[in-house]
Design a binder for this molecule. Sequence first.
Ligand SMILES: CCCCC/C=C\C/C=C\C=C\CC(=O)SCCNC(=O)CCNC(=O)[C@H](O)C(C)(C)COP(=O)(O)OP(=O)(O)OC[C@H]1O[C@@H](n2cnc3c(N)ncnc32)[C@H](O)[C@@H]1OP(=O)(O)O
Length: 306
Amino acid sequence: MLLTLFESHTHFFLSMFQKMILTKIISNTLSLHKKQLIEWLPAVRYFSSPTNPLVNVDVNDKSGIAVVTMNRKPVNGLSLELFEAMSKALDDLENNRIRGAILTSSCPTVFSAGLDLNELYQPDKKRFKAFWTTFQDVWLKLYGSSFPTAAAINGHAPAGGCFLAISCEYRVMCPDYKIGLNETRLGIIAPIFLRASMRNTVSNREAEKALTLGTLYSTEDALKIGLIDEIAIYKVKAIERCENFLAQFNNVSSIARSFTKRSLRQKDLEELENCREEDFNIFWSNLIEPSVQKQIGDYMQSLKKK
Ligand SMILES: CCCCC/C=C\C/C=C\C=C\CC(=O)SCCNC(=O)CCNC(=O)[C@H](O)C(C)(C)COP(=O)(O)OP(=O)(O)OC[C@H]1O[C@@H](n2cnc3c(N)ncnc32)[C@H](O)[C@@H]1OP(=O)(O)O
């Protein structure tokens, strides 16, 4: 951009030859100092985010790593308000050049129970549109973040809970919980961005099996298929392991790392960016089908009876 500006402003005053020489000098100087500039930029901008009761962000001043804790009791049901708080937190993290983020939960046995079923049952179109759009935003920001991400899965992570975890780059889970994308068991078709995150995590064959069967895996089975990367006995240990994973990037150029991540995920991100409205319309028209509504209503009742 600098070079374009320079070129456009010097257009009237310099000969073609002079412009070529000066352009070359600026370009060489920039690339020589790029590394120093980049290493200098992230140095000082860690922040203490204003507390949101639904999402707490705690940045370690020394490591620059943020622990992002979802806090919507009892099960971190993903409501419009929780998505809005996450979307805002992700913006803050991006703008403040943190070194990495760890997503976790304040609920003792649940990472997230997935989408709040109250958002899906007898929905109001205007609210559902805001809900769905914010859901898309959160995925675009989390999956496409410039900083590295990890999930400390300290409890059950069905459906949308699993989706948040697989949008991160690394997963450490505590034993004796369940994780998976059980949408088809609820009569729901997994949206494209959820399928993309799954394919990016496990093999294509495992993704197909997991999504079509709607399997919920135990922690141990999740490790076997690569849905998670490590098991840690407690939440504190899970966070520690995530920190170890993120610390490995201290020796890697942050610009090279984030460009590489972005280029690997670009196709998935563009796929959603290019069809956000269509994605909403497909889900909305399926969601309001009487048979889907009945299935969701019955499922909610079964959870309450339990
Ligand atoms: C054909 C296309 C259709 C279009 C579809 C459109 C959109 C959908 C697209 C994507 C879909 C994503 C899928 C989802 O995320 S849907 C949510 C799926 N979630 C689940 O199946 C998990 C359900 N919950 C559980 O299995 C258990 O609660 C859990 C194992 C997480 C925890 O068990 P625990 O015993 O600790 O707690 P409970 O007593 O079961 O629950 C406490 C309390 O919370 C309520 N609750 C649980 N889950 C949800 C939820 N997802 N949303 C809202 N409320 C939830 C539960 O009912 C209890 O309430 P109460 O009895 O205390 O009132």
